[in-house]
Design a protein around this ligand. Structure first.
Ligand code: ADP
Ligand code: ASP
Ligand code: MG
Length: 411
């Protein structure tokens, strides 16, 4: 008998009718003889609503209460699915994070799973019971508080649970039938990939493809979880093709570029006429690091007079205001003339393990974007990806251009 984890995202559990559809998928696997743990997200839009209520109530800065509130969406769907399953004659029960328990660190809002004790769930399997687990949440045991794993965190709940109970497979059901060469909602000619390597998926996810939470891919890679992305819109009686996330060695035909990702959650800050002397970069980036602000791209322009320089860097949109305040407060220590900033930028990235063995891949992109009149504000490269910062209005044009350039368009 094999054991599997099935995870259903927000649109897949958006209302009771959709939850009945989930139950039909679960029934198929149970009828096939599998032991099943199901991880559910909150109904589509629910978490956003809860986050908005937190902001409205002003409790924004109490991270523990924020987690107590936003974790509630998943409790509802877990209970509802258990009810619907009983209705079709299947034995099941719901599990909240703390009941299992799924233990995490204390980083409210972005907690990391430390340990999952799967024994109670396994006992349930032995009694023929399906486990319905609320995703996205855990328990910080020393403080006895509920935590959440960051937006999109139910993916990570599912993969970590699969590792903990030694599941043979983890199926992530969502509103698309797999991982595509780019977001299929932006590029209609995007193609579904049969397979994508862990490393490429990790880059795709961290560079903006929200189909899987980054952390879930890391956990799958480390614990060798067999991970699939598939559609809950498939006929439950006749599931279709999907995408397997696997080791690079298991992929026979490698493209140079596997996918294009983009992230709108970027902000650019430029400091003008910064004194060009040793210690300036430390004066700027030290305080940002201390405030846990991640700096991504950095450009320093060599000045003509050798006395001053311009420094441009990017942070996530969420950190923009905070970063500006920190730099403003250190104006004298850093010694700059002016600060400009904008959130109207987007980071476009091309990802592919083939870049290790091919040169000139990025240069082709620079030419192609130039030909479309798209200005590149900043560039970063690493072994299997490169990213470019461009003006937000050009997002779709740039993604489509690169998608065609690297031969990714569906025919
Ligand atoms: P869920 O609620 O099921 O967790 P998400 O909205 O988090 O679903 O993730 C699915 C969405 O990810 C898709 O609807 C799609 O628009 C988006 N997406 C972005 N990039 C990709 C990609 N490369 N392949 C597939 N989907 C992608
Ligand atoms: N409901 C949470 C969110 O919207 C977690 C998830 O769906 O994965 O971020
Ligand atoms: Mg998601």
């Amino acid at each position: 008998m094999s054991r599997l984890v099935m995870k259903f995202g927000g649109t897949s559990v958006a209302n009771v009718e959709r939850i009945r559809n989930v139950a039909a998928h679960v029934k198929r696997e149970v009828d096939a003889g599998h032991e099943v743990a199901v991880v559910v997200s909150a109904m589509a839009g629910k978490t956003n609503e809860l986050v908005a209520w937190c902001k409205e109530a002003g409790s924004h800065f109490d991270n523990a209460e924020y987690d107590a509130i936003v974790a509630s969406g998943e409790l509802v769907t877990a209970g509802l699915l258990a009810l619907v399953l009983k209705d079709i004659g299947l034995k099941s029960r719901s599990w909240q994070g703390w009941q299992i328990p799924i233990l995490t660190d204390s980083a409210h809002g972005a907690a990391r799973i430390a340990k999952i004790d799967g024994s109670a769930l396994v006992d349930g399997f032995n009694g023929g019971e399906i486990a319905i687990v609320a995703g996205f949440q855990g328990l910080h045991a020393p403080s006895n508080r509920v935590t959440t794993l960051g937006r999109g965190g139910s993916d990570t709940s599912a993969v970590a649970l699969a590792a903990a109970i030694h599941a043979d497979r983890c199926d992530i059901y969502t509103d698309v039938d797999g991982v595509y060469t780019t977001d299929p909602r932006i590029v209609h000619r995007a193609r579904r990939l049969d397979k994508i390597s862990f490393e490429e998926m990790l880059e795709m996810a961290s560079l903006g493809a929200k189909v899987l939470q980054v952390r879930s891919v890391e956990v799958a890679m480390v614990h060798k979880v067999k991970l699939f992305v598939r559609s809950s819109y498939d006929d439950p009686a006749d599931p279709k093709l999907c995408t397997l996330i696997c080791d690079e060695e298991d992929i026979v035909e490698q493209q140079v570029v596997t996918g294009i990702a983009f992230s709108r959650d970027e902000a650019q800050i430029t400091l003008r006429e910064v004194a060009d002397k040793p210690g300036v970069a430390a004066a700027i980036f030290g305080p940002l690091a201390e405030a846990n602000i991640n700096v991504d791209m950095i450009i320093q322009v060599v000045s003509e007079d050798a006395a001053t320089t311009d420094i441009t860097f990017t942070v996530s949109g969420a950190d923009f205001e905070r970063a500006k305040k920190i730099i403003e407060a250190r104006r004298e220590a850093i010694n700059y003339a002016r600060m400009n900033g904008t959130e109207d930028v987007v980071k476009i990235s091309a990802i592919g393990v083939g870049m290790r063995s091919h040169s000139g891949v990025a240069a082709r992109a620079f030419q192609a974007l130039a030909a479309k009149g798209i200005n590149i504000r900043a560039i970063t490269t690493s072994e299997i990806k490169f990213s470019m910062l461009i003006d937000e209005p050009y997002t779709e044009l740039a993604v489509r251009t690169l998608h065609s350039l690297y031969g990714l368009d569906a025919r």
